[in-house]
Design a protein around this ligand. Structure first.
Ligand code: SF4
Ligand code: SF4
Length: 322
């Protein structure tokens, strides 16, 4: 091989293996390599390296070529989760406990929000940010709390950016987040099948299959989705280490994110972080298929309504009053 060709291959390899590469960069680089007839596409792509970095490279290649989560066997899911744990250790010395826990049989999750109880403290917002490893630099939040005028029920008429003491007399508060619609337009809009509804009703994103086109965001009538423009910046000691592959794991940049009903907690029988953090008990979460659950009690006994009911998205998120 000529030295020019060798240099070119090494450049391509280092691009492929550079720490910030992603699927899109990879495809672009591979196209350049193919056009150049590069041998880097075959065997010559492993530069000399110490043991740790060659292990990392191998794991990254395996990660890159993995399937869409929905197509993986449970064994493949376990392998990918173990790989991500190991990569986090190698790269950042993080001891993650990641899971690929499947849905619990006989469970369909639903959520209800008591607008007569919420006092606008936003403890839920902070708990969600912490639990779900959201970017601190851009102040990304999955939950929004709106301060509303009496008689209005459309959050777009409320103030979603108040910075004063709460509660304010003669106002009420309404929270929004992804509503995990049964008939979700966001999942239908995705060209890569990177987002779907799980059997327990949670609408999820496979961050590694998302190409960041944001069609799903445009399709959501509730402003439920957030696009990340960069990898989350979080102080190391604040990273939530208990993670789920489809939930709060550290997302690559340029991906779509949103509330997952705290899948990493709820599939273990725990409450979402926002429900646990709410000081007024305004948030109710549970199994819609269990006639004895609190959520079923609310739906049966309280005055409930859903947002934009008329458009047929069938959200599994209700508002109610005492
Ligand atoms: Fe999709 Fe938006 Fe419904 Fe969530 S609220 S499931 S993002 S359409
Ligand atoms: Fe699908 Fe990602 Fe595009 Fe959304 S941004 S439609 S999840 S590929």
């Amino acid at each position: 091989m000529s030295s020019d060709k060798k240099d070119q291959n090494e450049k391509i390899c280092s691009q492929l293996l550079a720490s910030k590469s992603n699927r899109r960069d990879f495809i672009k680089t591979m196209s350049i390599a193919a056009a150049a007839g590069s041998a880097a596409l075959t065997a010559g792509c492993i530069p000399s390296a110490n043991a740790a970095s060659s292990e990392e490279m191998k794991l990254r290649w395996q990660e890159f070529f993995k399937e869409n989560y929905r197509m993986m066997t449970q064994e493949e899911k376990d392998e990918t989760v173990a790989r991500l744990e190991r990569l986090a250790k190698l790269r950042n010395n993080l001891d993650l406990q990641m899971s690929s826990l499947p849905p619990i049989e006989g469970v369909l999750y639903g959520y209800a929000f008591n607008i007569t109880r919420c006092e606008g403290f936003m403890e839920c917002v902070s708990a969600c940010v912490k639990e779900n490893n959201l970017d601190r630099k851009t102040d990304t939040q999955y939950i929004r709390i709106f301060e509303m005028e009496p008689g209005k029920l459309d959050p777009s008429t409320g103030d979603g950016q108040y910075y004063h003491e709460v509660p304010v007399e003669n106002k009420f508060y309404m929270g929004t987040q992804c509503f995990h619609c049964e008939n979700a337009p966001c999942t239908k809009a995705c060209p890569t099948k990177a987002t779907w509804m799980e059997p327990d009703g949670i609408v999820v994103v496979d961050y590694d299959w998302c190409i960041g086109c944001r069609y799903c965001q445009a399709a959501c009538p509730y402003y439920g989705r957030r696009f990340n423009w960069g990898q989350a910046e979080i102080p190391k000691e604040e990273i939530t280490l208990k993670q789920h592959y489809l939930g709060n794991r550290l997302r690559p940049k340029g991906k779509m994110e949103k509330c997952t009903f705290c899948i990493q907690r709820t599939r273990k029988g725990r409450l979402p972080a926002c429900v646990e953090a709410c000081p007024t008990g305004a948030r109710v979460f549970g199994n819609l298929l269990d006639p004895d659950s609190e959520i079923r009690f609310v739906l049966k006994n309280k005055k409930v309504f859903r947002m934009k009911e008329e458009i047929g998205t069938d959200p599994k998120f209700w508002y109610f009053i005492d």
